[in-house]
Design a protein around this ligand. Sequence first.
Ligand SMILES: Cc1cc2nc3c(=O)[nH]c(=O)nc-3n(C[C@H](O)[C@H](O)[C@H](O)COP(=O)(O)OP(=O)(O)OC[C@H]3O[C@@H](n4cnc5c(N)ncnc54)[C@H](O)[C@@H]3O)c2cc1C
Length: 451
Amino acid sequence: MEVVIVGGGLVGTLLAILLGRRGYRIRLFERRPDMRTHGYTGGRSINLALSDRGIRALERAGIADRILPLTIPMKGRMIHHQDSSLDFQPYGIEGQVIRSLSRARLNLALLEAADDLDTVQMEFEWRCVHVEPEVPAATFVHVRTGEQQRVAGDVLIGADGAYSAVREVLRTRDRYNYCQEYLDYGYKELSIPAGPDGSFLMEPNALHIWPRHNFMMIALPNTEGTFTCTLFLPYEGEVSFAQLYSRDRVHEFFAHYFPDAVPLMPTLLEDFEHNPTASLVTIRCFPWVVGRTALIGDAAHAIVPFYGQGMNAGFEDCRILDELLDRYHDDWDAALQEYQRLRKPAGDAVAQLALDNFVEMRDKVADPQFLLRKKIEVLLFEHFPELYTPLYTLVTFSPDVSYDQAYRQGQANERIIAEIMKLPNIEERWDDPALLPEYRHILERFHDHAS
Ligand SMILES: Cc1cc2nc3c(=O)[nH]c(=O)nc-3n(C[C@H](O)[C@H](O)[C@H](O)COP(=O)(O)OP(=O)(O)OC[C@H]3O[C@@H](n4cnc5c(N)ncnc54)[C@H](O)[C@@H]3O)c2cc1C
């Protein structure tokens, strides 16, 4: 049986490994040159946060041991206030970390692991230009020679990212639901080099955030001692990319809003000028499965990057599809229908969570009321783990909980915390042990109501 995969990015290669290990013959087509011989030509973020959902999928593919050593654990958020003071907010309890990882290294490791399998054949510089979903078959054009080939298989999977050519064909069909929404924000990547001896110039085991209400900058560490910074800023308006039209304006802006970062960014002005400003899109579509053609990863659900879950969600798609093939004894029709039934709500939920988290990261993390709520959440989780789990923990550290379950639980959490915040003098008393029975009472009330 032959599976054709369109797209050899992060999700396509992981899927090739999982399905290749099942014994299917895999033909994977990627429009870019082979990065093992041509270097990395990808346009998107230099590093990514890998968390438990992604790791679970890598473990299933038997390659977590190759990839985890390439990562830097980040234990929490390091908040950089405008007066240059710092605050550290842990992501979870001891041992719960997210991991910064180079996109290029990850893609390379996945390509090498796919190449180790006799069942996987990868063809580079072939761009998919057409799909016949019911056959299923895809037509590819060689990007340099213009040569064409039509490839039919038993199953065809579009893992060709946010601007998927496979999805584009499905989109033109009758009763196809499609929605594409851009934020009014763009992002630009900048860099902080390593110190003279290759040391980190900021805390390496943290995700750094400079929240400035309606915009922000973040930085993730790289193993070379460098940091990749990303500035998220409105395209237009009083404080916006449109206003940063000269080197002086850029310098003034950074010196005003990110005074502690500027001395660490010697190439700031050059980076700002040369690096592109990229857009942020959410894409929702349905169905993901038409005949024996299916979408996976960003092709099915492109989301904004604020929960660090896009790739993790795509990896989880792969893991769940593989588990369903086990459950349905490789009956693809049954597995694909169940894949779509389970994953579409999960994709919608993680898209919404990612949009909501932008407000949290750029604004709320610096708000004392929000910090109090967070402290109460940690206290509830420590004392009553059977009754309360924070949303961040559900999304990031709980791969057994689907994104849609996490989303619903997060909404219930909001109501619980709102109730607790109404208790008299909660600001002073929140950690008074005498309040624990009251907390339990509130939690049980919500728990009974939900069940
Ligand atoms: C700024 C930013 C930060 C992010 N940070 C995180 C993070 O911290 N954690 C996280 O989990 N996710 C993060 N993401 C999301 C993550 O990058 C994506 O979810 C992930 O790359 C999706 O993988 P994919 O394989 O589905 O798509 P892609 O990585 O886009 O790969 C698609 C592949 O298909 C190929 N292709 C496209 N069209 C064709 C065609 N017509 N024919 C053949 N091949 C084709 C492309 O060349 C590419 O190799 C971030 C995204 C951005 C933009």
